[in-house]
Design a protein around this ligand. Sequence first.
Ligand code: BGC
Length: 759
Amino acid sequence: MKLKSIFAAGALALGAISANAAVDEAKMNAFIDELMGKMTLEEKLGQLNLPASDDIVTGEAKNSNIGERVAKGQVGGVFNIKGAAKIRDLQRVAVEESRLGIPLIFGMDVIHGYQTVFPIPLALSCSWDMDAIEKSARIAAKEASASGIAWTFSPMVDISRDPRWGRMSEGNGEDPYLGSEIAKAMVKGYQGDLTADDEIMACVKHFALYGAPEAGRDYNTVDMSRGRMFNEYFAPYKAAVEAGAGSVMTSFNTVDGIPATGNHWLLTELLRDKWGFDGFVVTDYTAIAEMIDHGMGDLQDVSALALKAGTDMDMVADGFLGTLGKSLAEGKVSQADIDLAVRRILEAKYRLGLFDNPYKYADPKREATELYTPENRAEARRIAAETFVLLKNEGDILPLKKQGKIAVVGPLGNTRANMPGTWSVAADFDRYKSLYEGIKDAVGNKAEVVYAKGSNLESDPVLEANATMFGREMRDPRSEEELLAEALATVADADVIVAAMGESSEYSGESSSRTELELPATQRRLMEALLATGKPVVMLNFSGRPTVMSWEAETVPAILNVWFGGSEAADAIADVVFGDVNPSGRLTATMPRSIGQVPIYYNHLNTGRPLAADAKGFVKFRSNYLDVPNTPLYPFGYGLGYTTFEYSPVRLSANTLTGDGSLTATVTVKNTGSREGTETVQLYIRDLVGSVSRPVKELKGFERITLAPGESRDVTFTVTPEMLKFYNFNLDFVNEPGDFDLMVGPNSAEVSTARFTLK
Ligand code: BGC
C-alpha cells in the first residue's frame, strides 16, 4: 500500500477510518503498524518534531524552508501558520511530496477565542459560568478549525497565587476545584467527541506547577511539597486528562528538582500510570534545549532524558530530530522508546481523522463565512459582560444614565489593540471597538461623549515599550503636563468621568512579571486630578491579574474590574456601565492590599499562631504583619452587582455523614434589591482535624442563580464523603472521619457555618 494514494482526490480508500465514527482501535493499530513498518529512523524522528512557522507565502509552501523539511519527512506538525490556504498548501507538501505522505498536525495557541476573541481566561473564570466557558471553547474550535487548526495549546490550567506572575491572565485563578470544573468545560468545548471537522484536540498545559514560580518571575524555579502538589495544584490537570484531553504540554520549570520535560515521575509514573493518560506529550517551546541551562547535560543528553521521561514531541528545540539517532546508536535510548512516541503521534493524527482527510481542518469556504460572525460576536459580548467584577459602587454611581456629558479619560480609553488581551493570536484589532467607541455607540444621540488620554501607561518610555511589545499601544509624545491639562479641560463641563486605567494587554501574559502592582505613578496622578474635580468618577480597571488597589478602594467611588474582555469588550463594558446588564462576575483570585502579602489565597493553612478573626490591629507573636492586615482587599469569590442578596443561615439535612451516604446543605437566597440579578452561591468546607494540616476553607461547590426583585430561592448542595477526601502524607486519597465545618455564602469571607461529623 502506498499511503499517498489514500489521499488522492480526497478519496477515502484503503480502509482508512471514517472521520465521523468512533475509532476502531484494532483497525487503527493495524494501520499504524503497517505504516511504522515502512518508516525510516529519520521519518520516525520527523514525526516527533514540531517546528513553528509563520514564514510561508500561500502557493509557495513547497519552496519554503519549512516546506523542504516537510518534504523530507522531517516534520510531524507545525504551529503558528494562520489561514486555511497556507495550511492546505503546506499539508499538500506533506501528503504529496514526502515519501510516505503522512499528514501534518497543525497547532496554534487558540487560548481565548480565534477571530472572535473571548475574555482572557482569568476573566472567563470570574463568570463562574461553565456553560459560557464551554461555549467559548466551542466557538474557538469552530473558527480555528475552519482556518486549518486541528490542535490548540489550551486549556492552560496552572493554579497561581502570585499576581506578580503575568501568566495568571491565562489561567483560572487560585482554586483547584473551580479550576477543575473549568478545565473539563474547556476540553469538552474544544474536543466534543473529536469526530466532527470543527472539533479540535486540546492540549493541557503547563504540566506541571508552572503557576508557582519563585518570586512570581516567569520561568523561575518551582519547589513544593508533594502534599501541596496533590492537594492544591494537580487537580485541574487531572480533571482535563479525565475529560479526555488528547495532549499535554510540559512546563518550563523544575518539578521536585527535575525539569518537567525530563521528569519521568511526572510524565510517566503520575500522568500515564496513575492518571491513565493515553494521548501524547509535547514540550513547551524549546523546553528540551532549555534543560541544558537547567544543568541537565548537553542537547543529546537532555533529548534522551526527555524521551525516556515520556515526552513524545519536541517543540522547536530540534533535540529529538537532531540527536536521538546518535543516542540510539550509542544505546542511550532504545528503538522501543522512539517507537512508542511515534505511535502516540500517529494515533493522535488517526483519531483526528487526518489520515482519512488531511484537509479536514482547513476549509476556505467555512473560513470565509464562519469567522467573527454576528452570532459568535453576540456570544462573546454576552459572556464578556459576565466576567467583569464590580468591586465598589458607593452611592450607586453605577449604572450610569445615558444622558448629559460623559467623559472617557485614561490610557486605556481609546485603544482598540488593548481590548482583547494577551494571546489574541488571530485577532483583527482594526475590527474591534475601543472603549470610547463602545460608549459612544451605546448612548447614541442620548448623551455627549468626549475623550482625552490624560496620561501614558507609564512615565518611563522604556518600561512602557517593554510592556507593549507587538506595537499594541501608541505612546503619546506629549509631556505628562500637556496630557493632564488636556484631560482636565475635557472633563471641565462633563457630568461624569469614566476613567479607563490599568495595564495594557501585554503587561500580562508570558514573560510579563511585575514587582509593583499598583497603578503606575503617571496614571495615579491623573486619577488624583480627576477625583479633585469633585465629579463622579467610575474607574474601569483593565488588568490581566489581580492588581493592588488599596488607594483606589479608599478614594474612588466606583470600581469595575474589566480585565481584558476580548473582541467585544467595548460593547460589553458599555452594557454593564449603563445597566443593560447587571454585573455578576466574582473574583477567582484574591486581590491583595499590598504586594508584600503575596502569595495570598483563601484556602491557606491555619498556622499554629493564627490571628483571631476579631483581632483589632497588629497582635504581637501571632501570624500577622506590622503594617498591613492579613485580610485581602477583596477576597476570593467576591463581587457586587446592581442589586443585593440576603442569605438565610445554612441548614443541614443531618449532622452526620456515613459511608456512601450524603447530606444536603440548603440556604435561602433572596434578591432584596430592585432589579433582577445573578448571584453565585458558594459552598466551602473545613476539615477540622486531619492527619495532615488542612486548609481553613476549600471550595466544594457553587451555583449561579438569577432572581427577580423580591424573589427567594432555596439553593441545595449535596455533600458526599467523596468530596471530603484529600491526599494524606503517603499521597493516598482518603476520607478521615471527624468533624467538618460547612460554609455557604456569597464569597469566601462572608459565610454562614454549620458543623457535621463524618463517621
Ligand atoms: C508558551 C506556551 C505556548 C507555546 C507555543 C510557549 O512560550 O509557554 O504556552 O503554547 O509557547 O506558542
